[in-house]
Design a protein around this ligand. Sequence first.
Ligand SMILES: O=C(O)CCC(=O)C(=O)O
Ligand SMILES: [Fe+2]
Length: 363
Amino acid sequence: MNTSIPEVPRYIPAPPTREPLEFADLVVIDLQQCATQEGRDKLARQVRDAMSSVGFFYVVNHGYTQAQTDRIFDLADIAFTNVDSEEKKLYAGRMKETGSHQGYKLRNYWHIDSGVHDQVEAYNINRDVRMKQHPVALRPFLGELEAFGRHNHFNVLHPLLRLLALGLELPEETFVNLHGYNSISETFIRFMKYYPRSEEEETKTRNVWMKGHTDFGSVTLLYSQPVSALQILSPDGKWRWIRHIDNALVINTGDAMEFLSGGFYKPTIHRVVQPPKDQSNWTRLSVFYFSLPDDNTKLVPFADSPVLRKYGIQRRCEDVDAPTMEEWRKGRTSAFGQSVLRQGNETGTQEEVIQGLVVKHYN
Ligand SMILES: O=C(O)CCC(=O)C(=O)O
Ligand SMILES: [Fe+2]
C-alpha cells in the first residue's frame, strides 16, 4: 500500500485591496495573554466591550504559525479544485432534509434575490472527521484536518469561551462545559470558495453575495483572508468592511450565545458582498470553525450571572419554550437559503419563523 502523502499545490490568494474602504474598527485580542489570570481578566474586559459594541473582534497569537495556516488554505482548496463536479454531487450535504451541515453545499443552492442564486461552494466537515466519507482527494489529509479541528477547539474556542464566561462573572468553565470535544454536537470545519459573478447577477442582487444574517451557533472562528467582501452592520446602521490581518482570526458570536447570555452577547449581523474592483477577478477561499453547544443544551440564560442580575435578561422566548441547540440548528440549517421569506417590518429586511421565533435576513 502506498501511504505517502500527495503533493499539494500552493493556493495563491489575491493581494490585499488598495481601495479606501470604510473598515470596521475592531479590537485585537492577544490570546497568549490567556496564560495568566491577570491576562484573562484583562482580555475578558476587552471581549466584553467588543461584544457590547461592534460584536466582532480579531484574535492573534492563537498558536498556528503563518505556514500552518497557509497549509490549511492549501488543503481547503483541494475540496474545490481537485474534486470534479460528479464527485461533488456524490458528497453533497442534505441540509434541508437533515438540518445538518456535512458535505458540499453546491453552487446555486441559496436563493439571494430576484431569482438569482449563489456562486459559492462550501465543504463542511464535522470535527469528528471520520463520521462521514470524504472525496478521494481529501482522504490522505484527514489526520491533518482532525488536528486542525482539535487545535481550534482546545486552543482557540475553549479559551474564548472562558473569556465570555468571565465577562458575565460566571465560573470560567461554564460555557466550556457545554462544548465538549467528544459530545454530540455539530461543531464543524467549513471551507468555502466564492467565484466571481456575472454583471447581471450583481445588478439583480445589488452586489450581495450572501444576505445579512446572524450565525446560529455560539462562536464562529474565521481565518482572515485578503479578499475583502465581509461586512458587518454597525450599531449606527452602516455596513462596514472587515479588514484583513495576516494570520489573524475574525471572531463573532451567534444566536446560541445570545440565548445563553440572556441577550448580553448579541449576534452581529454580517453579509458578503462583491469584492472591490482590484480584487473582482479573484476567487475567495475561506476557512472557518463553526462552534455550537452540545446538541442537548437547552438554550436558556445563565440567570445566576451577577452581570445579568445587574443589567437584566432579554429573552427571545420563555425558558419553557426555549429550543435545544439541536432543534435550533436543525431549524436554521434546513431553512437557510431555501425557505420562502416574508417582508420584514424594517425596510430591507425579510423574515422567517424558526421554532416559533422570528429570524431576520438583511439585504
Ligand atoms: O465568507 C465570509 O466571510 C462569511 C460567511 C458567513 O457569514 C457564513 O458562512 O456564515
Ligand atoms: Fe455568517
